[in-house]
Structures are given as structure tokens and as C-alpha cells.
Write a protein that binds this ligand. Structure first.
Ligand SMILES: Cc1cc2nc3c(=O)[nH]c(=O)nc-3n(C[C@H](O)[C@H](O)[C@H](O)COP(=O)(O)OP(=O)(O)OC[C@H]3O[C@@H](n4cnc5c(N)ncnc54)[C@H](O)[C@@H]3O)c2cc1C
Length: 219
């Protein structure tokens, strides 16, 4: 495993040298840094926010906003219509705070990118190995538990309207029978669809996944 070097908090006037500097440790930066480091490059991944474990707060809580969101999630939204905007400011970036919803890029979108923007190699068959690698590294899967109430309502509504609906896969890790630990954070409990026994899902943050295991280490 390559070491993304160096680690810890930089102090003012400290000088660090590297071949490639990647700024921001979200999915974009982490995967870039990991890929380059895997190729033997001397990479420095710079992150402005704190490096916190998933267990540092309850997922989707006020604490999480305080700890991991830029400006505690209090970004001003101006204009008409007003669009609330939030982003992460922590190691792992948005992968630490998002809902882990996952889609393969739809055929029709690839088609536009290929024809309108002349991007090559965007056939589904070109991308399939990449989709599969991401899905495996991030444990993308359907929720093995009972769907939450809101999802059930949406499905009932869609069925009544004659609309197509389907569950969105997530990059979540589910643990059957794990101890309920909402207060201390990680898993979001759901009920097992088949047996009614507890089944817990936790986000797969990018720096914990096989796609990019970037842990701060002293040089
Ligand atoms: C609340 C929320 C829910 C979401 N839900 C989903 C979802 O379900 N499914 C999905 O696919 N996507 C979702 N997203 C979007 C997804 O998280 C982002 O598209 C993704 O994180 C973008 O990755 P990125 O690396 O481009 O940027 P980011 O993840 O934003 O990472 C940028 C990183 O760079 C750091 N940084 C910025 N400037 C500097 C600087 N000058 N110096 C050092 N560090 C810096 C930031 O602190 C941050 O950590 C969601 C996003 C949010 C906010």
C-alpha cells in the first residue's frame, strides 16, 4: 500500500517537497493521489479539514455538520431560486457526509457526452470494468433490510401513478445482527427484510475503501 506522505498537521513555514501535490481529499483527490502513489509517484495529499473517524459523530446529525461540513453547513445561498449549498471540509471530503447513493452513468448521458462533447471511449463496454471496480471497492449494494417508511410510500405512490421506480444502490456496508449503536454513531439500523432481525448499514468513506486507503502516517 503506498503511503501518501507526509501526514499530520502542517505548521506555518514548514517546507515539504513532493513530485505531485493533490489538493483536497474528497473522492476526486483521494483517488487521484492513490492512483499516482500506486504508480510510484511521490504524492502529497493536502486537506484543509480535520481527519476524523466515521465514529466521531452520529451520521446525518448536527454534530456531523459541526465537525465535517464547511462552515458547519451554514453557507449562504443567494439568488432566485435559493439553492441551499453544503460541502464537506474534512479528510475524505463529501464521501464522509453524503448518502452513498450510487448510479452507473446512464447510457443516454454517455451518448450525449460522446456525441456532443466528442469524448472517446465512453461506450458502456469501455466503462464496465471501471464501474465494477468501483462497486466492488465501495461495496455498492441494495439495502438488505426492510425499506424505510418514506421509500415504501414513494414506491406505493409510483405504482399508483404507473411510474417506474427502483431502489438506489448505496455504497454502504451492512452488518447483520450488530449491536445497536446509534448514539455512538456509525451504523444506521434497518430491519432485515426476510428475517426481521437487525441489519446495520454504515457509509463506506472513500479513504476506508479498497479504492483508496489513505491513512495519515508519520514520515
Ligand atoms: C450532503 C451531501 C450528500 C450527497 N449525497 C451523494 C450521494 O448520495 N451520492 C453521490 O454520488 N454523491 C453525493 N453527494 C456528492 C458527492 O459527495 C460529491 O460529488 C463528491 O464528494 C465530490 O468529490 P470531490 O473530490 O470533487 O470534492 P469534495 O468531496 O467536496 O472534496 C473536496 C475536498 O477538498 C478540500 N479542500 C477544498 N479546498 C481546499 C484547499 N484550498 N486546501 C486543502 N483542502 C481543500 C475540502 O475540505 C474537501 O475535503 C453528496 C454531497 C453532499 C454535500
Amino acid at each position: 500500500m503506498p503511503t501518501l506522505s507526509p501526514a499530520g498537521i502542517f505548521r506555518e513555514h514548514e517546507v515539504h517537497r513532493c513530485e505531485i501535490l493533490v489538493i483536497g481529499s474528497g473522492p476526486g483527490g483521494s483517488v487521484t493521489a492513490w492512483t499516482l502513489a500506486s504508480q510510484g509517484k511521490d504524492v502529497l495529499l493536502l486537506e484543509e479539514g480535520p481527519h476524523l473517524p466515521l465514529s466521531s459523530c452520529v451520521p446525518f446529525s448536527i454534530d456531523e455538520m459541526r465537525q465535517k461540513y464547511r462552515s458547519g453547513g451554514m453557507n449562504p445561498a443567494l439568488g432566485k431560486p435559493t439553492i441551499p449549498f453544503v460541502e464537506a471540509c474534512c479528510a475524505g471530503g463529501g464521501s464522509e457526509i453524503n448518502s452513498g447513493m450510487y448510479h452507473r452513468t446512464p447510457e443516454e448521458v454517455l451518448d450525449v457526452w460522446r456525441t456532443q462533447f466528442q469524448v472517446q471511449y465512453l461506450e458502456m463496454e469501455d466503462l464496465l470494468p471501471h464501474f465494477e471496480a468501483c462497486e466492488s471497492a465501495l461495496c455498492v449494494q441494495l439495502d438488505p433490510g426492510k425499506p424505510p417508511g418514506a421509500a415504501t410510500k414513494m414506491r406505493t405512490g409510483a405504482d399508483k401513478m404507473g411510474w417506474k421506480s427502483r431502489e438506489i444502490p448505496k455504497w454502504f456496508k451492512y452488518q447483520k445482527g450488530a449491536i445497536r449503536q446509534r448514539k455512538v454513531s456509525r451504523p444506521t439500523p434497518v430491519n432485515d427484510r426476510n428475517s426481521n432481525s437487525a441489519c446495520y448499514g454504515a457509509r463506506m468513506p472513500i479513504h476506508d475503501s479498497g479504492a483508496c486507503r489513505a491513512t495519515p502516517t508519520e514520515k
